[in-house]
Ligand binder design. Structure first.
Ligand code: ADP
Ligand code: MG
Length: 535
């Protein structure tokens, strides 16, 4: 430690901790990294599959969340270790790209790392392992494409989409209601989907949570639901043929930007000021009304004075509309977001068939629904549930389902779940291993073992014996040449996942295998860790 002085002569202390940096090299570095990352994967392992467990996570300020969603679990775990953080990112990139399969990708990465550790112990060079995994990954992906099947998303009232949604929802807290929720998700996505371009803008599906009622009360509302009511209870409750003025400026007199003092010494001055303020409000309301608007939605608040004036002038208004709602409304109704009253013009107004206050269930609270928007259709899924924890988890689950459906609209190929696809790939990779004459052969074989880790984990989580069930499934896949044999987690009496209708998207499975391999390769390339001592 030493004392130094800066340019202004102020003293500061230099701490010398360069020498105390922790440093790990070579094999020690590989192993420590792998073990740290594996610890994360092990935590997630018990959450995989339809009988997977949930995790309860308590944030530093005491908020509790209960979830089964891999991405959410790792995000809330507050992980310190740098390599373990790579797995967090892994889960999040799966979430961003695909939306579902966030647990599976981390578990697979963990299995691969486990295999890498044994290979390192055998004395195989990390780059050879990497190479082997890479080649095996290519084989697996090719095989996935071969066993994938196209589904007809239109047939039978979109039954296939509903099934895929049910698979995604089956492992969640809300699994009891998966069919109803799955249908809601499918309708919502199809409502906003552009089927000719095979594209879905998920921003047009708003998911609104509201505690109270139960999960069965969850419903789809065609229109944008905002959790607000008219700013004054006596304003009209319904505006038909709405012309919306979307404001991001408050209904209040401008405040001086710099510090000024106003001295009021007599009643006359005070009255003058009051008149002026009134005039401001009156002008604002006039500007809005003159443009032809019949409702004002404001991102900011306004005080009682303004509120009263709005009522008097017959201009219904809503205050404190959230930023995301403002954007959604702008997108759906064609409204321009207006930041200054002077800029209000008739062309900037958004149009909607109606805006009305509605009441749900027995609660007294009201919300606003904006229906028949001019530009694009937007829908809202209103999630109900007994507690904040439930509605939050239901929201995450429905998000997964929505993503699966969107992915199927983009690419209608599926593979079957229950570990069957992984098992089929494992068998293919094993076959390929025999063709590899170099040392990579071991890595290729280990890759197959890691893939088998997924069905084995699924079996473990639902109380089956993982070794016997995987062995049985494997031998049946081989003898019957049927890549759809997996683990019968729900005890339905068949291991054929086509009969069980466990649909997973090809894009998700592909992404899982590719991302997991990538991360493992990345971890295997780190041979030197330099970190501050407190890691
Ligand atoms: P993720 O976050 O990775 O989506 P999940 O907990 O949703 O994790 O579990 C997904 C895994 O569970 C997939 O491998 C899927 O094939 C499997 N799975 C889902 N439903 C069933 C089922 N009814 N029977 C067997 N396996 C299932
Ligand atoms: Mg899932």
């Amino acid at each position: 430690m030493s004392l130094a002085f800066d340019d202004y002569g102020r003293p500061y202390i230099i701490l010398r901790d360069q020498g105390q940096k922790k440093r790990m090299k070579g094999l020690e570095a590989y192993k420590s990294n792998i073990l740290a990352a594996k610890a994360i994967a092990n935590t997630l392992q018990s959450s995989l599959g339809p009988k997977g467990m949930d995790k309860m996570l308590v944030s530093p300020d005491g908020d509790v969340s209960v979830t089964n969603d891999g991405a959410t679990i790792v995000e809330k775990m507050e992980i310190q270790h740098p390599t373990a953080k790579l797995l967090v990112e892994l889960s999040q990139s799966q979430d961003a790209e695909i939306g579902d399969g966030t647990t599976g990708v981390v578990v697979l990465a963990g299995k691969l790392l486990e295999q890498a550790l044994t290979l390192l112990d055998k004395g195989i060079h990390p780059l050879k392992i990497s190479d082997g995994f890479d080649r095996a990954c290519d084989v697996a992906i090719k095989h996935l494409e071969q066993i994938a099947e196209e589904i007809d998303i239109q047939a039978n009232d979109h039954e296939a989409l509903i099934q895929a949604a049910c698979t995604a929802l089956g492992s969640k807290v809300v699994s009891k209601r998966k069919r109803e929720l799955g249908k809601i998700a499918v309708t919502a996505v199809l409502d906003v989907a552009d089927l000719t371009r095979k594209d879905v803008n998920l921003d047009l599906i708003k998911i609104q949570t509201k505690t109270g009622g139960s999960v069965e009360d969850t419903r789809l509302i065609s229109g944008i639901l905002i959790d607000k009511d008219m700013s004054h209870p006596q304003m009209q409750k319904e505006v038909t043929d709405a012309k919306i003025c979307l404001l991001t400026c408050p209904f209040e007199p401008p405040k001086p930007k710099t510090k000024h003092n106003i001295n009021i010494s007599n009643a006359e001055d005070y009255n003058k000021l009051y008149q002026q303020e009134q005039q401001y409000f009156i002008d604002m309301v006039k500007l809005v009304k003159n443009s032809g608007a019949n409702i004002a939605l404001c991102q900011w608040g306004f005080d009682d004075e303004a509120n009263h004036l709005l009522l008097q002038n017959n201009l219904p208004a809503v205050r404190w509309v959230s930023g995301t709602d403002v954007e959604l409304i702008a997108m759906a109704t064609g409204a321009r977001i207006i930041p200054r009253f002077q800029e209000i013009t008739p062309e900037k107004l958004g149009k909607a068939g109606s805006i009305k206050e509605v009441q749900f269930g027995t609660s007294n609270e009201r919300m606003l629904v904006i229906e028949n928007c001019q530009c694009t259709k937007a829908v809202t899924i209103l999630i109900r549930g007994g507690s904040q924890m439930i509605v939050d988890e239901a929201k995450r689950s429905i998000h997964d389902a929505i993503c699966v459906i969107r992915n199927l609209i983009k690419d209608n190929r599926i593979v079957y779940g229950g570990g069957s696809a992984e098992l089929a790939c494992a068998l293919q990779v094993l076959q390929y291993a025999d063709e590899v004459s170099s040392v990579e052969q071991y890595a290729v074989r280990s890759f197959a073992d890691a893939l088998e880790g997924i069905p084995s984990c699924l079996a473990d989580n639902c109380g089956l014996n993982p070794i016997t069930s995987v062995a049985q499934a494997k031998s049946r896949q081989l003898s019957e040449k049927n890549p759809r044999i997996g683990i019968d987690c729900m005890d339905l009496g068949t291991t054929d996942m086509k009969e069980q209708r466990i649909y997973e998207t090809l894009s998700s499975k592909k992404q899982q295998i590719q991302l997991a391999t990538q991360v493992v390769k990345m971890i295997l390339k780190i041979d030197d860790v330099i970190a501050p001592d407190d890691y």
